[in-house]
Design a protein around this ligand. Structure first.
Ligand code: ZN
Length: 527
């Protein structure tokens, strides 16, 4: 899938595209870093990733041959497949990583949704500090309904450090107590004094136009300040690259490649800091991306299209919403539709309209309807879920840089740029590499795995039990003396006949034991 084999070898990239997180674990200590990775062979540390997306198992094996991943001398393991906690969006996956459960149980089902109890007129950013505070107030501190990795570790008497260049970090530990749980996110901190000290030395958190500088600042804050007194049981570093640059350009753009390299340099800094603390050989490291990436073929102006079709549909209400109005919430590769009052006739008309467009990929509905899947099929049926959610259509065409994976997407970014959050295999498959004393070395894992598996795996390594069962599983096949596991895959199909053709959509799901993974989904009107 990589456009150019030489490039592949030379850079040894995880293209990531596609965005990564790397997570680490140690048996007394655990380190997690988001979004980065991969290193080029010119990196002194020489870690390396692959282009997670859409890469088949053989591709992964090939990459493994060229990889000196996490050159700490520690064992490493590559996972061949890592589907996401449903929607291929950052905050959803951050929460899945964080809690080990899918959105139906965590409460976070999209980066942006509509909650009239928080803002009756506008959609919300789910990780916004004001929204989180209000949500916790309204729910008795259950804005995220289950405890996070950091909370569980701290409840057990351990210490944790969260350092993220993006706002997602707040959700990892939103009630952090600076004595045992440090948390800085996008230049802010859970306890105001924590960030003040760092800013005194590192200067202000760089502006949003400089994502690589933001990443370097956050990495330095982790290694030079937050780890100053020692490495805690669990650390998370979440970088904004290559996601930020891939949005502004596209997967495979020269600047996107440079962004991956910058992430690699930050990883090298982290590994060097671990060594300085004599923690390199006793720390498990997991590198994982939160989602994949695609290139926008067409930017679809859903608000205008629905208005033109006669729907009373808006992205912001100007007065108290009325039954039958539709709140449209764009999430890049997916759109959420909230039908006020759950008006059944309007919902049916909306779904029938979408099924006859040339951009709808997979449609989910709160109530069962012909030619849709219900929200529970992808584990997003919670009280904040929309009446209708649509993932855009995708294909395997290549972009202007020769990278496969094109999608239609919402009106917020132009054609030719990068985005994600569809059910495209290029969005849904990401990167996961684990290295350290608890993992087998030099193997590619053929079994499905996903972001929900990280919390159970990390907590098991640290010997911490969650009071709640998690949806993810311990990645036992990557660890010592594991029983052989089997996976199975099925494809669901839904159809609806129209005078002009038959709408047909599919969703491919894999299972390992009771853990479910969403591989991909797509649809179209067959004439
Ligand atoms: Zn993104």
């Amino acid at each position: 899938m990589m456009a150019n084999a030489n490039l592949w070898r030379a850079l040894c990239l995880f293209s990531g595209s596609r965005g990564f997180i790397r997570l680490g674990i140690n048996w007394r200590r655990c380190f997690v870093d988001a979004r980065s990775i991969c290193p080029g062979t010119d990196s002194p540390r020489g870690t390396c990733g692959g282009r997670g997306l859409g890469r088949d198992a053989a591709g992964f094996r090939q990459r493994t041959n060229h990889t000196r991943a996490l050159e700490t001398g520690a064992p490493r393991r590559h996972f061949s497949k890592s589907s996401l906690g449903l929607s291929s969006a950052t905050i959803v996956n951050g929460t899945a990583i964080n809690t080990g459960v899918y959105p139906d149980r965590s409460g976070v089902l999209a980066n942006h949704d509509y909650r009239s109890e928080i803002d009756v007129k506008r959609s919300i950013d789910v990780e916004n500090a004001r929204v989180v505070r209000k949500g916790d107030e309204l729910s008795g501190r259950k804005y995220i309904a289950l405890p996070t990795i950091a909370e569980l570790i701290r409840n057990g008497g351990g210490k944790t450090t969260i350092a993220t260049a993006k706002t997602v970090g707040l959700l990892f530990d939103r009630h952090a107590d600076p004595r045992s749980g440090q948390n800085i996110f996008a230049g802010d901190s859970a306890s105001p004094e924590a960030i003040t000290e760092i800013v005194k030395t590192l200067g202000a958190f760089p502006p949003a136009t400089q994502p690589a500088d933001r990443d370097a600042w956050t990495t330095k804050a982790l290694t030079d300040f937050l780890w100053e007194k020692g490495i805690p049981q669990f650390s998370l570093l979440w970088l904004s690259e290559p996601d930020d640059t891939e949005h502004k350009t596209a997967p495979g753009a020269p600047t996107a490649m440079a962004a991956i390299k910058s992430a690699d340099h930050n990883l090298a800094r982290v590994l060097a800091a671990l060594d300085q603390h004599q923690a390199g050989s006793t720390t498990d490291i997991v590198v994982v991306s939160d989602h994949g990436f695609s290139t926008i073929a067409r930017s679809i102006d859903i608000p205008k299209i629905l208005l033109d079709a006669g729907f009373d549909a808006v992205t912001e209400f100007t007065s108290e919403p009325k039954a039958g109005q539709i709140m449209i919430v764009g999430n890049g590769g997916a759109v959420l539709f909230y039908v006020i009052g759950h008006d059944a006739a309007v919902t049916r008309q909306l779904v029938e309209f979408l099924q006859q467009t040339d951009f709808a990929g997979v449609i989910f509905t709160r109530e069962p309807m012909d030619g849709t899947f219900t929200l529970d099929k992808v584990r997003i049926d919670n009280e904040h879920a929309p009446d209708v959610e649509m993932a855009f259509r995708w294909n395997e065409n290549k972009n202007q840089f020769g990278f496969a994976g094109m999608i239609d997407a919402d009106w917020q970014r132009a054609a030719g740029k990068g985005t994600h959050a569809t059910l495209s295999k290029f969005d849904m498959h990401n990167t996961l590499i684990a290295a350290g004393p608890d993992f087998h070395q030099g193997e590619a894992d053929e079994l499905p795995s996903g972001n929900v598996d990280l919390a159970p795996t990390i907590l098991a390594i640290l010997g911490i039990k969650s009071p709640e069962a998690m949806d993810g599983r311990l990645l036992a096949e990557a660890m010592a003396n594991a029983e052989p596991l089997k996976s199975k895959t099925e494809t669901l199909e839904a159809k609806r006949k129209f005078p002009g053709g038959t709408w047909q959509q599919t969703l491919t799901i894999s299972y390992v034991g009771s853990t479910v993974y969403f591989d991909e989904g797509n649809g179209g009107l067959i004439r």
